[in-house]
Structures are given as C-alpha cells and as structure tokens.
Write a protein that binds this ligand. Structure first.
Ligand code: HMG
Ligand code: MG
Length: 299
C-alpha cells in the first residue's frame, strides 16, 4: 500500500544552490525560501554551515538566516559537519540540523577530509550537543547505491554505517543516492535490510538524485516499503560539488505530480511551486530540468 500523506523535505536552497555555478545573491535565496513556504512546503533545508572555501555558493549562511522570513510551523534545517558548524548554527538560533556521513571511505575523504571512522568521531559531539540543546538532528548517508570511485556499495555496509549514525542520537536517516545510479529493486532491498537489522522505514527518508532518470521510480519503491519522508529540490536543481557526475535532485514538482495522481497528500500547491521554479530558472540563467516545470510553464 501507499501512505495517505508524504512529507516533502525540500533541499533546493541547500543541495540545489550548492552546485550551481552562479553565486546567487542572498536576497534571491531569502525570496526562494519564502516562496517555497508559501507554496506549502513545511520542511525547507536552507543552507550549510560548512567551510566557506569548500562550498562558496553557501558562504552567506549567516546572512541568509538573518534576512529570511520564518513562517510558523515550517521547519528550516541546515547542514552542519562539525562543532565549528554547530556553533555557527547555534549563534543564529537554528533549531534543526543535519549531519552528513558517507557509506564509503573514498567519499568520506573527499567530502569531509577524513575517513569514515574519523568522520563519525567528528559527528558524535555535534549530535550530543545539538540534542542537548533541544535540536532535532537528521543524518544523511551518501553513496548508498553506488560510488563513483568504489563502484557498487554492499547493502550490509550501508546498513551498518547508517545505524552507526542513528545510534549517535539522530532522529532520522536519509538514504542518499548521490550519483543517481540506484534502481527500484535495490531500493526495496536496502529498506528491507534496514528493517531486518531493526531500523524500520519510519526512521528513514530517501534522497534521490535523478542522474539516470530513476528518481521517481525509486521513490515509489520507497513509499511501497513504508517510507513517508522524501527529499526533493524545487525545479530539480542541484548536485554535489564533491561527487563526480552528481546532477540535480528529484524535482519537487515531479514528485508532487506523481503523488497527486496517486491520491497521496503533500500540502503543496503545484502551480505556485512551478511559478517559483520558473522564476528561479530565470535567476540561474538556465531552464529547469524538471519535466513537470517545463510542461506546466509552456501551457
Ligand atoms: P577541514 O579542512 O578538515 O577542517 O574540513 P578542519 O577541522 O581541519 O579546520 C580547518 C579550518 O577550517 C579551521 O580554520 C576551522 O576553523 C575551519 P583555521 O583554524 O585554519 O583558520 N572550519 C570551519 N569554518 C567554518 N565553518 C565550519 C568549519 N569547519 C572548519 N563548519 C570540513 C572539514 C568538514 C569543514 C570540510 O571538509 C567541509 O566543509 N566539507 C563540506 C563539504 C560539503 O558541504 N559537501 C556538500 C554537502 S554533502 C551532499 O551534498 C550530499 C547530500 O546531499 C546527500 C547525498 O546526495 O548523498 C547531503
Ligand atoms: Mg544530495
């Protein structure tokens, strides 16, 4: 069966904009966050407190949080890799963060400048201090379905690493297909392996990049396996600057179109969201890769 309702975890302002070659002005980012909330999105990942040299696109994190409007009832999580990032987030009154681990050694080194074990050691005090401060902490796990340097990633390795992150005290684990190579049978098998190890789908989210056009099919497989939190980026913008061949996330519009057709509620107003992504495409100087945005903007 399918859930009655799905929570869309919008990552456009963070995962989307971190990989655009254009540096988007902070006023435009603040406007984007407001428009996403106005379109009915209730979880909007806004930015990252990472090293500004690693991700210059999001170097204005403090300024964005200062300027952006906060709608009551909407959650505005931010990415935090280490205690320095947590301090920055705490200073700005952030109430929800996401740490981001890797299922593979190579990507941990490339993305976090340290191996898998050392990165989990880096996260431990972040999660401990954040939860003690009353924050909700999500954990991402990248390269769950394949790694551009290591190739296939064994399901057992993904489950083991994901559970290590949850055991730090994280509320939710988002399974990342960073380079978009996964297919639906793999999704079903991975979620099943988590359940067999004691982590049910209620603690999982899915994070698909659409590099190989599989993101929607993979999402449907995850919903059938009991997952109800789905990551997506408005207009399908995005990728990861430290992952070769990573392209945009599953487009929020494509997701909403499919869920509406299935009778699954999201609370999102599709026309308002499409108008937002069409506006953003103009700001970025390139058309949205989302098929739904293309179809609905040319109507
Ligand atoms: P490092 O160089 O090893 O850091 O980077 P360090 O701890 O050795 O510190 C070196 C210097 O950086 C120090 O300054 C620190 O203060 C400073 P110094 O004393 O030399 O003057 N520093 C910081 N400054 C500001 N904010 C901070 C911070 N941390 C240290 N937070 C680090 C380690 C983790 C910081 C670095 O590797 C980094 O920033 N990585 C971020 C990479 C990133 O953002 N990748 C994209 C997001 S992940 C993703 O997109 C995947 C996802 O979407 C899921 C999926 O698709 O799979 C989530
Ligand atoms: Mg991503």
């Amino acid at each position: 069966g399918l859930p009655d309702r799905v929570t869309i975890y919008e990552v456009g302002p963070r995962d989307g904009l971190q990989n655009e070659s254009v540096i988007v002005p902070v006023e435009t980012k603040a406007r984007l966050v407001s428009r996403l909330a106005a379109a009915g999105l209730t979880t909007i990942e806004t930015t990252s407190f990472v090293h500004p040299k690693w991700v210059p696109q999001l170097a204005d994190a403090e300024e964005l949080l200062e300027r952006m409007e906060r709608v009551p009832g909407v959650r505005y999580p931010v990415l935090v890799p280490n205690e320095r990032g947590l301090d920055r987030a705490l200073e700005r009154g952030v109430t929800e963060i996401a740490i981001f681990g890797s299922a593979t050694e190579t990507f941990a080194r490339r993305n976090l400048n340290r191996g898998l074990d050392a990165s989990i050691e880096m996260f431990a005090p972040v999660v401990a201090r954040a939860t003690a401060a009353g924050m909700r902490v999500r954990a991402y796990l990248s390269m769950c379905f394949g790694d551009p340097w290591e190739g296939p990633v064994p399901v057992e390795q993904v489950v083991r690493t994901g559970r290590r992150l949850l055991d730090l005290g994280c509320a939710e684990l988002s399974l990342g297909d960073t380079i978009g190579v996964g297919t639906p049978g793999h999704v079903t098998a991975l979620i099943g392996a988590f359940a067999a190890a004691g982590t049910g789908p209620g603690r999982l989210a899915v994070h698909f990049h659409d590099t190989y056009g599989q993101a929607l099919a993979n999402t449907l497989a995850a919903l059938r396996a009991g997952v109800t939190v789905v990551d997506a980026s408005a207009g399908g913008i995005g990728g990861c600057p430290y992952a070769r061949s990573a392209t945009g996330n599953l487009a929020t519009e494509d997701l909403v179109w499919m869920l509406t057709g299935l009778g699954v509620r999201t609370g999102v107003d599709l026309e308002s969201l499409v108008a937002t992504s069409a506006w953003l495409a103009g700001e970025l100087g390139r058309p949205s890769p989302s098929r739904v945005v293309q179809a609905m903007s040319s109507e």
